[in-house]
Design a protein. Structure first.
Length: 272
């Protein structure tokens, strides 16, 4: 009888463990743009992330209202997705501090395309992104090279990716980023060679296109690709942004504001 009860107990533990519901995940897609150029890809990007949410059982909230940036509200999210945001996207320094605290508390951040042009006057944010936008070559076919194919966010991403896009350049590159993909500058239209050489700066032949970093407690993944709204229906590109989001979600273990150290949004970085 004891033996029978033992096997019944084991059966219950094993199968009840397998039946345990998966912890729900929730992300915020933020689309605010300040004064200046606004991409026409934003609605397509939102639909893309909503589709990924349905496919992977992730709740996707969407907003362009800076009022969502409070610590209480952000604590609900495992990742914030800024898709083709540009220029100033917060209305107050209190909102900026709430965003910074979220990152310091272990939050996730995914930045898409013109995100590198966001909050250009906030040094901490630019370091969190990894660079700030300087210029892009005209929309054209060119080559992007996957130089970290074994990285979790590069699963299914072409090693040599020939696609039409804008080749983005940045300045003030933060030394902490890990570059995953790079623009092959030799594949760009030679008619813009002088400008390419100018904005490539100290880089020669290649320039960062996709990168990740652990920054001030948070988990960051950025792609400069995705100018054309048609990208967000292209399975190769959709997989690219999904792998980035999945990587960030896998990194985030919870939001713990006791780890948020900053008193002001514009403080310098601290060294872990």
């Amino acid at each position: 009888m004891k033996t029978l009860l033992f096997f019944v107990a084991c059966f219950f533990v094993i199968y009840s463990g397998q039946a345990a519901p998966k912890k729900s995940q929730r992300v915020l897609v933020y689309t605010k743009n300040g004064p200046g150029y606004v991409h026409d890809n934003i609605a397509s990007a939102v639909a893309c992330f909503q589709g990924l949410g349905k496919a992977h059982q992730i709740q996707v909230d969407v907003s362009d209202d800076p009022a969502v940036f409070t610590e209480e509200n952000l604590a609900k999210y495992q990742a914030l997705i800024f898709t083709s945001t540009n220029n100033n996207v917060f209305n107050s320094d209190e909102q900026r501090l709430a965003f910074r605290h979220y990152v310091e508390a272990g939050g996730g951040f995914v930045g898409v395309h013109s995100v590198t042009g966001t909050e250009r006057n906030w040094p901490w944010f630019k370091m969190m992104i990894g660079e700030t936008f300087s210029w892009h070559a005209k929309f054209q076919p060119f080559r992007i090279l996957n130089i970290q194919a074994s990285h979790p966010s590069m699963q299914g991403v072409p090693v040599r990716w020939e696609k039409e896009d804008e080749c983005y350049f940045g300045k003030e590159l933060y030394p902490g980023i890990q570059v995953l993909m790079m623009h092959d500058l030799s594949s760009l239209d030679v008619k813009q060679a002088d400008l390419v050489n100018q904005y490539a700066g100290s880089f020669k032949g290649y320039f960062p296109a996709v990168w990740t970093q652990k920054f001030q407690g948070g988990h960051v993944w950025v792609t400069t690709l995705g100018h054309d709204k048609a990208n967000y229906q292209d399975p190769v590109y959709v997989n690219h942004v999904w792998q980035g989001l999945k990587f960030v979600l896998d990194c985030v273990k919870g939001i713990d504001y006791s780890k948020a150290k900053s008193v002001r949004f514009d403080e310098g970085i601290w060294v872990q």
